[in-house]
Design a protein around this ligand. Structure first.
Ligand code: MN
Length: 200
């Protein structure tokens, strides 16, 4: 069994690279504190499970597995979230190629997709995410609304794009104006990476 623990990945750009839409302060807190906390949470749940196996003892599976799902979900979504962002004017912020074709096929138009995705993100109750997933078996795209980091997900969803609308993602920069954060976030989407994920 592979007993490797989760590790905090470096950001693929500088902390201030997403300004003016996401500040350096937000990125430092979000990556160094919040993302790290999910990694630590997931790792401690894993260690609890491994230790109980070693010692042949029982643990509260319901509670430990719930903690693991929440924290590992948080880690994995953040890992995608950093990668699918790119600084404004990086040349990666225009949807193109296969993913654009697929979006236009499944959502009728890019504008329609953008509206649906934005509304999904705006209407998350409390903390959660909007995500674009590709269903390989059906060959189509779907928007999903993830509550917390792990609720509403089901198997076979490959996430191409995700938008964090937990307050920690925008409160420093936008206070309670989540819609403004969402509007500005579109300037930062790394469509190269989203397209690459679809082709995997
Ligand atoms: Mn977050």
């Amino acid at each position: 069994m592979n007993k490797e623990l989760y590790k905090l990945p470096d950001l693929p750009y500088a902390y201030d690279a997403l300004e003016p839409y996401i500040s350096k302060e937000t990125m430092v807190l979000h990556h160094d504190k919040h993302h790290l906390a999910y990694i630590n949470g997931a790792n401690s749940a894993l260690e609890k499970i491994w230790k109980s196996r070693e010692e042949n003892t029982e643990i509260d599976y319901k509670s430990v597995l719930r903690t693991l799902a929440f924290n590992a979900g948080g880690h994995l979504l953040h890992e995608i979230f950093w990668k699918i962002l790119a600084p404004k004017d990086s040349g990666k912020n225009q949807p193109m190629g296969e993913i654009l074709k697929q979006i236009e096929k499944d959502f009728k138009s890019f504008e329609r997709f953008k509206t649906e995705f934005s509304e999904t993100a705006k209407s998350v109750e409390g903390s959660g995410w909007a995500a674009l997933a590709f269903h390989k078996d059906h060959g189509n795209l779907a928007i999903i609304q993830i509550e917390k980091h792990n609720v509403n997900l089901y198997p076979e969803q490959k996430i191409l794009l995700c938008l964090d609308v937990w307050e920690h993602a925008y409160y420093v920069d936008y206070k309670n104006d989540r819609p403004k954060f969402i509007e500005n976030w579109w300037n930062l989407v790394n469509w190269d990476e989203a397209g690459r994920r679809m082709s995997l």
